[in-house]
Design a protein around this ligand. Structure first.
Ligand code: SAH
Length: 360
């Protein structure tokens, strides 16, 4: 059987070097051979572990944050509870369990999961069945009904959306592409020089080799989220590793079995991600009349939501797991773990109260 690398090589032979975004889109989302499409990559036995897979506390605190926000914005009904890229469904299940404290909220909500991977949809269904929650699946966010306040969370979803890269060469920017480099090998290449959008450019002068990244799908989805929140209310929490640009830098990375791997070597068999630049996402939210809060670091966000107290209570109830709970708390919050690299941004309606976790 042809591998995905063979298919990509044939495409490049036929049509010429492909933009980085096309390569990334195929590596992750090819209809049969894409990384997320054909397998469940999460967990110890997989390639990487995410915050909700580290501890139930992560999803519980986000559930409590949403429950508090729902109450403080007048307990609207109905509402759409949406997750983009829900992985194994762990975060959604933990949120739903935490929302048990507000039976009226559970009555008011319908759950919508935006997921392209058949393998992961099955995992999500099992997680939600276990907590007695029905859900509807969609291939893209614009298919979620647009008729009610939105309570939306996306954890490590935006980093999986294809980035476009430009590289500086001889004083000019060029679209960065991927070319064939002999049988079974790829290399980076450059297309003709082109103008890059002004807002991508940092203040300092570009040097040869500098790289700029932009993620048009992330901007489009954020714009649609903000348009809906401006119209109907609600909140979106976007959680990911990243920064607030503009900045030069090549952040494309591949991870396989918990180790960094060469980016171009095994398309479809390694996770391929790029850091999220939150600046254009904030601009999109504001352009639609919403308020963008943050970013705050994941460590500060979880501390403000009470992770330390939650960990202490959990350890008291399960003394046999106290060490694991302490380890999970450090992993989620500490600066040298996920606490500083991961950032949280909220989108809310203009004039609406600020959610918990975004205190000055
Ligand atoms: N949020 C989960 C999983 C993160 S992995 C967690 O924190 O554990 C990325 C998730 O996004 C996976 O569920 C993957 O299948 C999904 N995904 C990636 N690209 C997508 C796309 N373009 N549309 C919908 N889902 C996508």
């Amino acid at each position: 059987m042809n591998t995905l690398a063979d298919e990509i090589a044939a495409l490049i032979d036929a049509e010429g070097p492909m933009p980085v975004a096309t390569f990334m889109g195929l590596a992750l989302g090819h209809p049969t051979k894409g990384y997320y499409i054909k397998q469940d990559p999460l967990g110890k036995a997989g390639d990487f572990i995410t915050a909700p897979e580290i501890s139930q506390m992560f999803g519980e605190l986000i559930g409590v944050c949403f429950a508090d926000y729902w109450q403080r914005t007048g307990a609207p009904a109905p509402i759409r509870l949406v997750e983009l890229g829900p992985g194994r469904g762990t975060l959604m299940a933990d949120m739903i369990r935490a929302m048990r404290v507000l039976p009226q909220m559970r009555e008011a909500l319908s759950v919508h999961l935006v997921e392209t991977s058949p393998a992961l949809r099955e995992r999500q269904r099992a997680s939600l069945d276990a907590c007695g929650q029905q859900a509807t699946w969609h291939n893209s966010f614009d298919q979620v009904p647009d008729d009610a306040p939105l309570f939306l969370v996306a954890n490590e979803f935006f980093d999986a959306l294809p980035v476009t890269q430009f590289a500086c060469h001889a004083g000019k920017f060029h679209l960065r592409t991927i070319a064939n480099d002999g049988p079974g090998r790829f290399r980076f290449a450059l297309s003709a020089a082109m103008k890059v959008p002004q807002e991508l450019l940092p203040a300092q002068m570009p040097q040869d080799g500098d790289i700029l990244e932009t993620c048009p799908p992330a901007c489009a989805i954020t714009g649609e989220i903000a348009r809906r929140i401006a119209k109907s209310g609600g909140i979106a929490l976007i959680i990911d590793y990243g920064h607030e640009g503009p900045a030069f830098g090549d952040t494309l990375q591949a991870v396989r079995q918990h180790q960094f791997a060469p980016v171009l070597e095994t398309p479809g068999d390694a996770d391929l991600t790029a850091h999220v630049d939150f600046t254009p996402l904030k601009s999109e939210a504001q352009r639609h009349g919403c308020i963008a809060l943050g970013t705050v670091t994941q460590g500060k966000f979880l501390r403000d939501l009470g992770l330390e107290a939650r960990a202490a209570r959990l350890a008291q109830a399960h003394p046999e797991s106290a060490q694991d709970i302490a380890a999970a708390r450090s992993r989620l919050m500490d600066d040298n773990e996920m606490g500083r690299l991961f950032k949280v941004m909220a989108i809310i309606q203009a004039g609406a109260p600020s959610p918990a976790g975004f205190a000055a």
